[in-house]
Design a binder for this molecule. Sequence first.
Ligand SMILES: Cc1ncc(COP(=O)(O)O)c(C=O)c1O
Length: 387
Amino acid sequence: MFEKGLPRKAVLGKLESELKEDFTYNSGRILGSMCTSPHQFARQVYMKCLEKNLGDPGLFCAATQLEQEAIKMLGSLLSHPNAYGHIVSGGTEANILALWAARNLAKTRRREVLAPVSAHCSFDKAANLLGLKLIKVKLNDRFQMDIKEAEKAVTKKTAAIVGVAGTTGLGVVDPIRELSEIALAHEVYFHVDAAFGGFVLPFLEELGSNVPDFDFRVPGVCSVTVDPHKMGLAPIPAGGILFRDEEMMRSISTSVPYLAGGGAEHTTISGTRSGASAIAVWALLIHLGRQGYRGVVGRCMRLTSKLVDGIRRINGVSLKTNPALNIVGITSNELDIESVAGELRRMGWAVSLFPSYIRVVVMPHVSPSHIEHFLQDLKETVEKLGG
Ligand SMILES: Cc1ncc(COP(=O)(O)O)c(C=O)c1O
């Protein structure tokens, strides 16, 4: 740290040059992230609310009320307008909170959690933190959690089952109804990770697609993760955790007696936490409405089809599976997919590499010309590598 501070202009100049190395969403080069450039209106609201601290609800009761309204709106999107929960730091915190509740509600001998092999690594973190044993259940040939394998894996030690609605790698939706039946039959907590899919599937359904039930319509579902900072266009950090009832949320409650606004109960991991995030989500949900989000999802899906058509025309690469969401897996029988990803990275594309495929997430910042450019570079790469 300097002894004497620098003028703002100098600091801003330095900042600009330091940040030059970062990727930007505007460039269209980020094709492997589930985040995107936050909506302009949400930025504006966020800036107005920087001092709001949801960790001290007595001081910021109006902000706390808005967070609760945002939760009810997300709940209504997921078929349960009376859900309880919070806007938290992200899908990771949301998933940890869900398993924390599951553990606290389960009998002490139940310390195992079943999740598909495709589950996000936040469940590994959660299991490690909470002293739970995570059992990864095999997938079927459609990359969903295999129901027969799940049935075999449930025992008297099972505390929770996790299903995913929009997997990180391929955007696959697990058979949530069937998993719910298993959970109900064994009286086990059932969490659905719809961190990504929660802001896509309801709108796809409204646009006329055949979407399997994945939310609180399914009776065994106890909690759902749904992240506004992914397809919800909200500024980071904004994850969402929704519980079916208050008792589930209260199972992770801690008293915080010292607060300036008076004692409170926290049901999050963070103490001090951003009111700006939650209020930006509240404002954006009201501003865009279902119609606005349908537009966003419809556009991303049209671009996904464009990408899929383009991939099908390139000899040497193929689709890992037919995408259900705006997430595309590109694989190859002839080429080493790691080399393809490496070459694309050298060309400046920020794509994700999974064990046997490259993942492209067609987020709202992606335009038709970005897709065309990417397809050209993919074709060139495949030809260069001998496909
Ligand atoms: C399905 C799913 N769940 C949870 C997460 C974790 O979210 P975050 O990175 O916001 O913690 C991700 C991240 O990509 C995800 O794909």
